[in-house]
Design a protein around this ligand. Structure first.
Ligand code: HMG
Ligand code: MG
Length: 306
């Protein structure tokens, strides 16, 4: 079948559960529990982890313990510890906390951007002048998100050409990769192909990642399109933890176990130990105190009848 004829041999997973997952939990999660989760994810073989956000604690109180989280993690040298960073204040905090990478974020739709960071898209890009170049100057890697690429909770359809212009600007300024966000999980495969065709006409596949929320169960179908088109970085969240506090209806990210299970079955290397990852999902579930939606998380890695 043509879709599956040329697939990458390896994929890089960017784990977002400690940030995208926990930012949306109504229960206050203790700092030591977050650290336990992060260390379990490292133990499972994940090597790129977004551990927290240096955003305003008034806007996202769940991330108010960013400094103690970073201070308490037992660092594994092969792991890239990353954090969300909206402005110069965030960068100063990120530098003091010794993260390896910061991630800036902006939406492809004005209304979501305004609700999320209280600024227009243009003002947001301007605020990144205090983040991208200064971070790179001190040796930090800088990643970027362009949210609402597949649809906006306030405006509906979004023109992907706007997202492409923003992405090109962020790459030009020094971000090494732009992660395209299906913030509210509305995307379907042909739409994903159209978006990626547009992006790949001007960018290299390594400059693009997919950040898919699995609200309607379409995330893996969209990953398949990404794989067929040469995209090798996918963001995901253990057990499907996740959401965005400023996107009503945004459910969890694609579950990391579902992604790893599928890729493993296709012979695509991720470096992740699925059994250990499943255990990390159990930790995530215990610390948030509610059932999490990931399919492999719920069904188990294998289903042998007793
Ligand atoms: P503002 O209120 O417009 O900004 O917020 P401000 O500059 O006037 O600052 C207000 C107060 O916040 C001041 O304190 C600042 O010092 C403080 P006060 O004088 O009132 O005491 N402040 C900060 N404190 C700590 N760290 C900082 C910081 N900056 C200002 N970095 C701001 C603007 C951007 C700060 C705010 O809107 C904000 O923090 N927004 C973050 C929202 C957020 O985190 N959303 C979720 C993440 S995005 C997402 O989930 C999508 C994604 O997953 C991709 C996808 O799914 O598509 C990435
Ligand atoms: Mg997200």
């Amino acid at each position: 079948m043509a879709l599956l004829d040329s697939l990458p041999s390896a994929v890089s997973i960017y784990e977002v559960s400690p940030r995208d997952g926990l930012q949306n939990e109504s229960a206050q999660v203790a700092t030591h529990a977050k650290v336990r989760l992060i260390e379990a994810l490292v133990d499972a073989g994940l090597r790129r982890i977004e551990v927290t956000s240096f955003v305003s604690p008034k806007w996202v109180p769940q991330m108010a313990d960013a400094e103690p989280v970073c201070a308490m993690i037992e660092r594994e040298p092969s792991v890239q510890y990353s954090a969300l960073c909206p402005n110069g204040r965030g960068l100063e905090r990120a530098k003091s906390a010794r993260v390896d990478e910061v991630a800036v974020f902006v939406s492809a739709s004005e209304t979501h951007n305004r609700k999320n960071v209280n600024k227009t898209i243009a003002q947001t890009l301007e605020a990144f002048e205090a983040v991208i170049e200064p971070a790179a100057a001190v040796g930090l890697k800088v990643r970027a998100y362009v949210s609402t690429m597949w649809g906006c909770p306030y405006e509906g359809d979004v023109d992907p050409r706007r997202g492409l212009e923003i992405a090109k600007e962020l790459l030009r300024r020094g971000c090494y990769q732009v992660s395209l966000g299906d913030t509210i999980g509305v995307g379907t495969p042909l739409q994903t192909r159209r978006i990626l065709e547009l992006f790949l006409a001007e960018l290299h596949p390594e400059q693009i990642a997919l950040h898919l929320h699995d609200t309607r169960g379409t995330a893996l179908a969209n990953v398949l399109v990404g794989l067929a088109m040469g995209i090798t970085t996918y963001d995901s969240s253990v057990a499907g933890l996740g959401g965005c506090p400023y996107a009503p209806g945004a459910a969890g990210n694609l579950a990391t176990e579902d992604l790893v299970y599928t890729l493993r079955g296709m012979g695509i290397e991720t470096g992740v130990d699925l059994d250990k990852l499943w255990q990390a999902g159990k930790i995530a579930e215990a610390i948030v105190g509610r059932e999490l939606p990931g399919k492999v998380h719920r069904a188990g890695v294998r289903s042998l009848a007793h």
